[in-house]
Design a protein around this ligand. Structure first.
Ligand code: B12
Ligand code: SF4
Length: 460
C-alpha cells in the first residue's frame, strides 16, 4: 500500500518570535517508523516543500493520505482532504496529531475517512493491516474496533478518549530531503527530540500536561541515546515540557552524553522553579552544549503567577535569570499577557524585562483553549469563536481586554514588541550568535508581526 504522510503548509498566524519557525514533523516520523517496514511510505512536508499537493498526488499516486494537525491547521487539513478526494475518491484520508487528540470533532467531515485520536504502534499496525485488505477489495468493509480510531462510515462514533499518544522512536531518515530547512530560532539545521513526557507542574493555563499527562514519564536513557545518535544535526531542541525539573535525571542525561562522547548544541524548555533547583548541574550541562533555555517567566506579577498555579515568584524569576547568566546560558523568555492589564501593567512588564535581561523574548496573550477550565471562565468575553481555528495561534487576542479597549491593548503590545526588538537586545545578540542571514530572516518576520498587530489594532 502506498501511504503519503502530509504536514500542511505554514500559515501566517504561526509567526511569533519574529520569524516563522518550524522543526521536523516528528509525529509523522514516528508514524513512518511503524509503517515503513510493511508499506511504501513517504513524508510530504508542505512547510518545506514547494511542490503543489496536486502535483505530488499525480506523481506518487497514494492509496492513503495521512495528515498531521495543530489547531491552527484545521482548515488547511480539511482542504488537503478535499483535494485528495477530488484527485481520486478511492484514496483513503486519515487525520492524526495534536488537534485530532484535543478536538477530533474539528475533522468530522465528508472528506475525512478516519481520525486517529491517539496513536500507538498497535493501533497503527492494526488499522493499516485492516486497510490494506480493505483497499484490495475496494468495495468497503466494516472497520473492526481499533482503540483510538474512528471512521466516517460509522458517523465517527465510538471515539476512545482514554488512550494517549505513544512515544515511538522516530525515523529521522524519512525527512532527509527536508532536514536542512528545520530550525529552532537561529539554529539551523536543528533536530527535535523528546526524552520524557508529561509535566507535574500542571499550570492551569497549559495544554501541554493535558496532552501528555500530569506526571513525568521518562523514556529509557538507552532510547534517548539511540535517538540522539540518529539525529545528524549539530543542534537539538529537547521539547520535554520542563527538561531541568529533576536533577538526578539531568545528571543521568549528562553522564550519557559524556560516555557516548556526544557533542551538540542543546536548547530546552524549563520552568523557573527547575532552574533554581538545578543550579548545581547547570555548569556541567553548559559544558556539554546547553546553549539556551526557553523559560516561562510568564509575568511580572506575583498575584498572576499564583493564579496561574505557578509556584515561583517575581523574585524567583530574577534569581533564575541570574543563575543562567552566571552559567553562560542564554534565556529565551516566554511571557503571557493578562487580559486585565492596563498601561501601567505593560510598563511594569517592560521594567521587569529590563531586570531579567533575556536574550530573546516572546510574548503571547493569555489564550483559553477550549479544552482548558480557563475557557469556561472567559467564555462570555471571547473575541473569537472556538471554531475560528486559525485565530487560536497564541499570536492574537482571544479574550476581550477588561481595562483597555482592544485597540489600546494591541497598541501596548506593539510598543512592548518594539521595546523588545529595538531597545532591549535582540539585534546585536542575533547578529553575534547567528549571523546576518538569520537577522535578515528575523527582520522579515518581525515586519510581518508588526503589520499583523497594526492590522489587528485597526480592525478592533
Ligand atoms: C515542539 C513544539 C513546537 C516546535 C516544533 C514544532 C514543529 N515540529 O515544527 C515549534 C516551536 C516550532 C512550535 C511551533 C508552534 N506550536 Co508548538 N509545540 C511543540 C510541543 C512542545 C511538542 C510537539 C511535538 O512535537 N510533540 C511530539 C509529537 C511526537 O507528537 P504529535 O505530533 O502529536 O505526534 C503523535 C501523534 O499525534 C501521532 N500523529 C501525529 N501526526 C499524525 C498523523 C497521522 C495521519 C497519524 C495516524 C498519527 C499522527 O504520532 C505521534 C505518536 O506519538 C507541543 C506541546 C506538546 N507537549 O504537545 C507544542 C504545541 C503542539 N504547539 C502549539 C502551537 C500553538 C504552536 C504554534 C502555532 C505557536 C506559534 N504561534 O508559533 C507554532 C506552529 C508552527 C508549526 N511548526 O506548526 C500548541 C498547539 C495547540 C493546539 N491545540 O493545536 C501546543 C500543544 C503547545 C501549547 N502552547 O499548548 N511548536
Ligand atoms: S511548567 Fe510549563 S509545561 Fe509544565 S504545566 Fe507549567 S507551563 Fe505547562
Amino acid at each position: 500500500m502506498k501511504i503519503l504522510l502530509v504536514r500542511p503548509a505554514r500559515i501566517e498566524q504561526a509567526i511569533t518570535l519574529g520569524e516563522f519557525m518550524f522543526s521536523e514533523p516528528i509525529g509523522l516520523e514516528m508514524v513512518y517508523a511503524v509503517l515503513a517496514p510493511w508499506h511504501r511510505v513517504e513524508i510530504f512536508d508542505m512547510m518545506a516543500d514547494k511542490m503543489p499537493l496536486s502535483v505530488k498526488l499525480d506523481e506518487y499516486q497514494p492509496d492513503v493520505v495521512g495528515v498531521t494537525s495543530l489547531c491552527i491547521d484545521v482548515n488547511a487539513v480539511l482542504d488537503i482532504a478535499v483535494q485528495v478526494k477530488k484527485y481520486h475518491k478511492q484514496v483513503v484520508t486519515v487525520v492524526g496529531g495534536t488537534q485530532a487528540f484535543l478536538r477530533p470533532a474539528s475533522f468530522f467531515s465528508a472528506s475525512v475517512d478516519y481520525i486517529f485520536r491517539f496513536t500507538t504502534r498497535q493501533n497503527l499496525t492494526d488499522f493499516f493491516a485492516w486497510l490494506e485488505q480493505y483497499c484490495d477489495v475496494k468495495n468497503g468493509g466494516q472497520m473492526p474496533e481499533i482503540g483510538g480510531v474512528c471512521a466516517q462510515a460509522d458517523g465517527f462514533a465510538g471515539l476512545d478518549a482514554r488512550g494517549r499518544n505513544e512515544y515511538i522512536l522516530p525515523d529521522r531518515k524519512s525527512t532527509s530531503k527536508y532536514r536542512n530547512a528545520y530550525s529552532y530560532f537561529g539554529y539551523r539545521p536543528s533536530a527535535l527530540l523528546g526524552t520524557a513526557r508529561g509535566c507535574s507542574k500542571k499550570c492551569n493555563f497549559c495544554l501541554r500536561w493535558r496532552i501528555e499527562g500530569g506526571a513525568e514519564e521518562y523514556l529509557p536513557m538507552e532510547l534517548v541515546r539511540e535517538d540522539l545518535l540518529n539525529a545528524p544535526e549539530p543542534t537539538v531542541m529537547i521539547y520535554d515540557n520542563d527538561f531541568l525539573h529533576h536533577v538526578p535525571r539531568l545528571e543521568e542525561f549528562c553522564r550519557m552524553l559524556e560516555e557516548a562522547g556526544i557533542k551538540k548544541n542543546f536548547i530546552c524548555y524549563a520552568s523557573v522553579e527547575s532552574v533554581l533547583a538545578a543550579v548545581g548541574t547547570l555548569q556541567r550541562f553548559r559544558k556539554l552544549g546547553l546553549q539556551a533555555v526557553l523559560l516561562g517567566y510568564e509575568t511580572y506579577s506575583d498575584a498572576e503567577l499564583a493564579s496561574y498555579g505557578k509556584k515561583s515568584t517575581r523574585k524567583d524569576n530574577l534569581a533564575a535569570a541570574a543563575i543562567l547568566r552566571e552559567a553562560g546560558v542564554d534565556v529565551w523568555a516566554s511571557l503571557m499577557l493578562h487580559p486585565a492589564w492596563n498601561r501601567e501593567d505593560f510598563k511594569e512588564l517592560r521594567r521587569h524585562l529590563r531586570q531579567l535581561r533575556p536574550q530573546i523574548t516572546s510574548m503571547c496573550p493569555l489564550t483559553p483553549f477550549p479544552n482548558l477550565p480557563l475557557f469556561q471562565q472567559y467564555q462570555d468575553n471571547l473575541l473569537v469563536a472556538d471554531d475560528d481555528y486559525e485565530k487560536w495561534s497564541f499570536a492574537q487576542l482571544t479574550i476581550r481586554p477588561s481595562a483597555l479597549s482592544t485597540r489600546q491593548y494591541y497598541r501596548e503590545m506593539l510598543i512592548t514588541n518594539f521595546y523588545i526588538n529595538l531597545y532591549m537586545n535582540n539585534l546585536p545578540y542575533v547578529i553575534r550568535k547567528f549571523g546576518f542571514a538569520s537577522v535578515w530572516r528575523l527582520a522579515k518576520g518581525s515586519v510581518k508581526v508588526f503589520w499583523r498587530y497594526v492590522k489587528l489594532m485597526r480592525a478592533s
